[in-house]
Design a protein. Structure first.
Length: 507
């Protein structure tokens, strides 16, 4: 018996069956990247002891992942628009899991650097694909806002799960275990994603511009490298050369995209004030936050004497605040306005960072915990709404490229923040007054001072560590003040740039 066909109702056309189950798969991909971004910092001391990298090699182990992922995000987002976002996501997730094993069993610094670079290639496929698929899964604006909130909340939860899980693993297993936790997450993502995720792509994609890929990769990596090196070692001929190379490559990329009939990235997107304002807010927010977050774990462990697990738990309020705010951010932006929620969130972060300028070595946890909670709430509101603005500003077929722009702003902000604010901490720290007999390496980092103390007489070690910790905290409070200034200025800029911006309120 043949059934009769009936017209598809508007609600059925908008609300794809199985979309929430599909979102749960995308959440696993976000979790994969967020956890990996946070566990390396905890594992670095153990990797240093086992692989014995030089100072330069250790920096590359920490930096090369972010360099590669930042350089490839736009290209991978565009690739997903062309060959299919589901395909790019599942292939990238499989590669991410396999390369995590290579990271876990690296036996030399060179092997570790190469493994981290390859992990960056795989990681660059994940975040743009997840946001682009959300754009194509959820056509109803209110549902999409909630889905973006869940996406952002998961990223925030992952940044909390990473240190806690990493701290537990490092206390019970070897450092490679922090990379192997990616495997079960990847397995669930791939197995369930094959069955539940719909494929989506640009119906008229045009050719993939390999010259543009090369220009964006060289441009972003060279600029990020130049900024980090200039902050750490001052302006040198090599640093200046990298900056000029990067600027020239990015200029060439923009010029080329403006002339292609189907570009990798449609530069006209930036003519939209809401899109540009949201991207700029993301970049500056991460810039103001990342330097502090990078050094906060060291403060909790090396100054206050907490274990890796305790340090991870101490940072939990930020994730709790971000999760809670992210889930209601879309509703708040519709009830109030986009600029009120974004600017208010950024101002809250700025004020919380300002509160951290008064910390010292013995500051109690209530101030730290409350400040981190406010940072999380502010970030949850602002990041969720800006992601929604970016997605809703572009047609579905360009969702991958737009998502990649958002993620690139995040990565660039992180690199710039660690470089600029990190140079403040490092500059203040290196000048700490030290007793006679203090090794030169103690002035390079607080971790170096703690390690050097084990080979010094007890009285000398005590005096040196007290001076080193005091200088580190002085640098940290200055960086918190600089971050607060950046966030408060960004809040003002967002208020004007997002004027009149609204989230679609269709039911």
């Amino acid at each position: 018996m043949t059934g009769t066909l009936r017209p598809v109702t508007p609600d059925e056309a908008v609300k794809r069956p199985g979309r929430w189950l599909a979102l749960s798969v995308l959440v696993f991909a976000v979790l994969l990247v967020a956890v990996d971004a946070t566990v390396l910092g905890l594992a670095t001391p153990y990797i240093s002891e086992d692989l014995e990298p030089s100072g330069t090699q250790l920096l590359w182990i920490g930096d090369v992942y972010s360099f590669v992922i930042a350089g490839l995000l736009v290209s991978m987002g565009s690739l997903g628009d062309r060959i299919g976002r589901k395909r790019v996501l599942l292939v990238g997730a499989t590669a991410f899991g396999a390369i995590s094993v290579l990271n876990a069993y690296a036996t030399t610094p060179e092997m570790m650097i190469a493994a981290r670079a390859l992990l960056g290639v795989a990681g660059a496929t994940l975040m743009p694909a997840t946001l682009a698929l959300i754009r194509n899964l959820f056509h109803d604006p209110r549902e999409r806002s909630l889905a973006v909130g869940v996406w952002g909340a998961t990223a925030s939860a992952g940044t909390a799960v990473g240190p806690i899980a990493g701290g537990f693993l490092l206390e019970h297993f070897w450092w490679g275990s922090v990379f192997l936790i990616n495997l079960p997450v990847m397995a669930v993502l791939v197995v369930v994603g094959i069955r539940t995720l719909p494929e989506s792509r640009n119906p008229n994609p045009g050719p993939w511009d390999l010259i543009g890929v090369a220009l964006s990769l060289v441009g972003v990596i060279a600029v990020v490298y130049a900024v980090k090196e200039a902050a750490a070692h001052g302006l040198t001929p090599v640093t200046a050369g990298a900056a000029l190379l990067g600027a020239a490559a990015l200029y060439g990329f923009v010029r080329r995209q403006l002339t292609l009939p189907v570009p990798l990235l449609d530069m006209r997107l930036f003519r939209d004030r809401g899109f540009s304002g949201a991207v700029l807010a993301d970049l500056l927010t991460v810039l103001g936050l990342s330097g502090l977050v990078f050094f906060l774990s060291q403060y909790l462990q090396l100054v206050q004497g907490r274990s890796p697990l305790e340090a991870g738990l101490a940072e939990l309020p930020a994730a709790v605040g971000a999760v809670a705010a992210g889930l209601v951010a879309g509703h708040a932006a519709r009830r109030l306005s986009v600029r009120t929620v974004v600017s208010g969130g950024l101002a809250a972060i700025g004020l919380a960072l300002a509160a951290l300028t008064v910390i010292d070595e013995s500051t109690g946890y209530p101030l730290l915990g409350a400040s981190l909670l406010i940072v999380g709430v502010g970030a949850g509101f602002s990041f969720t709404v800006t992601a929604d603005v970016i997605l809703s500003s572009v047609p579905q077929e360009e969702a991958g490229s737009a998502s990649a722009v958002s993620e690139t702003a995040y990565e660039l902000g992180a690199a710039l923040g660690i470089a600029v604010l990190g140079s403040i901490v490092t500059g203040v720290y290196r000048g700490f007054p030290s007793p006679p007999g203090t090794p030169a390496g103690a002035h390079e980092s607080l971790g170096g001072a703690v390690e050097a103390a084990s080979g010094l007489p007890a009285a000398t070690a005590r005096d040196m560590l007290a001076s080193a910790r005091g200088a580190f905290v002085d640098g940290l409070t200055l960086a918190a003040g600089a971050g607060a200034a950046v966030l408060l200025a960004t809040a003002v800029a967002a208020w004007f740039m997002l004027r009149g911006q609204r989230l679609d309120s269709r039911a």
